[in-house]
Ligand binder design. Structure first.
Ligand code: 3HC
Ligand code: NAI
Length: 697
């Protein structure tokens, strides 16, 4: 018998148990074990019913994603499920944990389903750029109707057992003793000679679906899931379930599944699945590094970031005290946090009780003496080294030994900040992204002296507050903002060469970015970059006259972005919709003329290369300088922090799909035109010369 599938006889019932830790994925040995077990149960005359259950933390959580993209070992899952489906004795799937993807498809191929009330089910394939490829798209609509099936399949969301039972997906719910209850259920079905309920024998009830239902559904999804191929294919398969006989529907499902499996989008999304989990691993941190308990947190500065950061902790059930120097500023921060929870409550996103408790967990103070008991501090005051130094001196004075002191700085040197304390080993950067309560990225900036224990605690904490933590070394802008510089520089340069803000934004939006660089600039405020450039000029930095040239002139005209109603675009009162503005075109034309730059026709492809290739080149430098652990971490930073399109897998994965030799060739061409801002990173040259990818590192 297979090592991962156990067969036991319990009176007249065969109990087939999968044991393939950690999540009972349907690896080749499980598939073979199941086929053998089904055949044995069907043949043994003493057996009158079958229970399929799992050991460990969950029912089967899906196909084995690590086998995807490689030659598939026989038997394939559809064959396994065909064998299960054909069984002549009642079969019961016993669900606990999360029955996902191929796991739920397996359960749907049983005649009946029993579940613990704590269980959940789902078809998350769409999140991997796929569709359920083993009958899920054909069986589920037949069982619960097209509408509910489409919701589950195209969103990939998990439904709790109770909801699934209401839909008719689960036949019986139990609080505990799943195995015993499942065996009793199978026996009951055998004794009553219950019908062998096969989804394939059912018809989808389409009578309540309006005309054009599937076309409209796709239109809605195309907007919501802009650029993604899989959700639309999911709709097609459900439509087939409504219009074709089961076997033909299965064939269509398989065809589309294999198409998606071979697509770059799915490869990108599978890459991100593993990248996200890998990011949590700090390679040089001993596995058993101790972590510190974090039960109470302080945030210094209750501005845009401080208030958002406080919400992140409160949402995770951790009390937070915000400190400000003046009551007025503190009140503003508290009001902003409290109105966020009022809004969640009003929109039904949080129950009134949850929202009130979360709001009550955020308190305020004007005195450092109230911070003696906190386990972690996040400083989010103005971006000035002098002010940060003052704050850290105070923190060093009042915080208890062992408290972790962190800074949310986006540009300042974390080691310099740590140096004013007597405990630099307890200091690190925790760089949140705006809006902090929404964006999932947390750059965990490891200072020169940050201790292993402090780093391990921060990485663990990231998960606790539902963020994806990525370790960065201390360099200018850390991983994300360091890369952003080239992107912004080129966006500004393209304007001077004749591209318009709407053109650049449209190209990048169509590439899949959450928004284009000009819209992003207007949202963040053009005055921020203006001030940074002014400071750099005062410091005597050599800034090329083209850098930020258009933005600077716009700011000088009072056009700071959305907050002033105009920036690269104009905005109507109370609206965030960017409207192209002839005045901006004039400013651009005048600035170009002053700098002696001729306008020309700029292709969409050039816009993509000029903006994305600097990201790739800078990332290669960051990798070889050792400020990021691995290319996939950089992908996670740009996906979760900067709205890079998920279906492109992040800038590193994207570079691999274009081909590093091609990327390098273009970079060299731009270097000839624009100078050493485009100097190729040695790592990129090396990989390209060896015909390798970033993924090979
Ligand atoms: N295949 C291979 N490995 C998997 C896996 C899968 N389906 N699901 C999880 N794992 C691995 C993870 O990579 C991780 O490995 P690591 O410890 O080496 O990093 C380990 O199992 C534990 O996973 P998590 O850290 O995610 O554990 P959680 O307890 O937080 O979550 C889970 C468990 C909810 C099952 C979550 O892992 C999950 O959502 N998994 C993916 C489920 C999925 O997408 N299933 C559909 C697969 S596609 C399919 O079935 C196609 C079919 O239609 C033909
Ligand atoms: P902000 O100006 O909105 O808030 C700063 C707050 O700090 C103000 O409320 C101010 O009253 C308070 N403050 C100033 N000095 C203080 C002191 N000595 N003690 C206590 N409170 C003090 O600024 P924002 O945008 O929240 O930025 C804060 C930090 O976060 C900066 O270091 C910034 O670089 C960083 N950051 C900002 C991001 C953004 O998108 N705004 C993103 C990521 C990091």
């Amino acid at each position: 018998m297979s090592e991962t599938v156990k067969y036991e006889q319990q009176g007249n019932i065969a109990l087939i148990t999968v044991n393939n830790p950690p999540v009972n994925a349907l690896s080749a040995s499980v598939r073979q074990g199941l086929v053998d077990a089904f055949s044995r149960a069907d043949q043994e005359t003493a057996i009158e019913g079958v229970v399929l259950a799992c050991e460990g933390r969950t029912f089967i959580a899906g196909a084995d994603i690590s086998e995807f993209g490689k030659p598939m070992q026989s038997p394939a899952l559809p064959e396994v499920l065909a064998a299960l489906n054909a069984m002549q004795k009642p079969t019961v799937a016993a669900l606990h944990g999360t029955a996902l993807g191929g796991g739920l498809e397996t359960a749907l191929s049983c005649h009946y389903r029993i579940a613990l009330t704590s269980a959940a089910v789902g078809l998350p394939e769409v999140k991997l750029g796929l569709l359920p490829g083993s009958g899920g798209t054909q069986r589920l609509p037949r069982l619960i109707g097209a509408d509910k099936a489409l919701d589950l399949i195209t969103s990939g969301r998990k439904a709790k057992a109770e909801e699934a039972a209401k839909m008719g997906l689960i036949d019986r719910l139990v609080e505990d003793k799943l195995e015993t209850n499942a065996i009793a259920y199978a026996r009951e079905l055998a004794e009553s000679q219950a019908e062998l309920r096969r989804c394939q024998d059912m018809q989808v009830d389409t009578s309540s679906l309006p005309t054009g239902y599937f076309t409209d559904y796709k239109k809605g999804l195309a907007k919501k899931m802009r650029g993604f191929e899989a959700p639309l294919a999911c709709v097609d398969t459900v439509e087939y379930a409504c219009t074709l006989p089961f076997e033909q529907g299965l064939e269509k499902e398989r065809e589309l599944f294999l198409q998606l499996m071979n697509s770059t989008q799915s490869a990108a999304q599978r890459h991100l699945f593993f990248a996200e989990r890998k990011a949590a691993v700090v390679d040089d941190l001993p596995k058993k590094t101790a972590t510190r308990e974090i039960n109470k947190v302080a945030v210094i500065g209750a501005g845009t970031m401080g208030a958002g950061i406080a919400m992140c902790f409160s949402n995770a059930g951790i009390p937070v005290v915000m400190l400000e120097l003046k009551q007025e500023a503190l009140d503003r921060g508290l009001t902003s946090a409290h109105s966020y929870y009022a809004d969640r409550k009003a929109k039904g996103r949080m129950s009134p009780e949850q929202a009130d408790q979360a709001a009550a967990r955020i308190t305020g103070t004007l005195s450092y003496d109230d911070l003696g008991e906190v386990d972690l501090v996040i400083e989010a005051v103005f971006e000035s080294m002098d002010i940060k130094h003052q704050v850290f001196r105070e923190l060093d004075r009042v915080c208890k030994p062992g408290a972790i002191l962190s800074t949310n700085t986006s540009t300042l040197n974390v080691d310099e900040i740590a140096a004013v304390t007597k405990r630099p080993e307890d200091v690190l950067g925790l760089h949140f992204f705006s809006p902090a309560q929404v964006m999932r990225l947390l750059e965990v900036v490891r200072g020169e002296k940050t201790s292993d224990e402090v780093l391990a605690t921060a990485m663990q904490l990231a998960g606790r507050i539902s963020k994806v933590g990525v370790v960065s070394g201390v360099c200018d802008g850390f991983i994300g903002n360091r890369m952003l510089k080239g992107y912004s520089r080129e966006a500004g340069a393209l304007l001077l060469e004749g591209a318009t803000p709407p053109q650049i934004d449209k190209v990048m939006y169509d590439f899949g970015m959450a928004m284009g660089p000009m819209t992003m600039g207007d949202l963040a405020g053009l005055d921020v970059g203006y001030r940074v450039r002014q400071e750099r000029r005062q410091r005597g930095d050599d800034i090329p006259p083209t850098e930020g040239a258009v933005a600077d002139r716009l700011v000088e005209l009072g056009r700071c972005g959305q907050k002033t109603g105009k920036g690269y675009y104009r905005y109507e009162e109370g609206s965030r919709k960017p409207i192209p503005d002839p005045e901006v075109e004039e400013v651009i034309a005048k600035t170009s003329a002053e700098l002696g730059i001729q306008h020309r026709e700029i292709s969409d492809n050039e816009i993509i290369e000029r903006l994305i290739y600097p990201l790739i080149n800078e990332a290669a430098l960051i990798l070889e300088e050792g400020f990021a652990q691995r290319p996939s971490d950089i992908d996670i930073v740009w996906i979760y922090g900067y709205g890079f399109p998920v279906y492109r897998g992040g800038p590193m994965f994207y570079a691999d799909t274009v081909g590093l030799d091609k990327v390098l060739d273009s970079i060299k061409t731009y270097q000839k035109h624009y100078g050493d801002a485009w100097k190729p990173a040695p790592l990129l040259e090396k990989l390209a010369a060896e015909g390798k990818k970033f993924a090979d590192l």
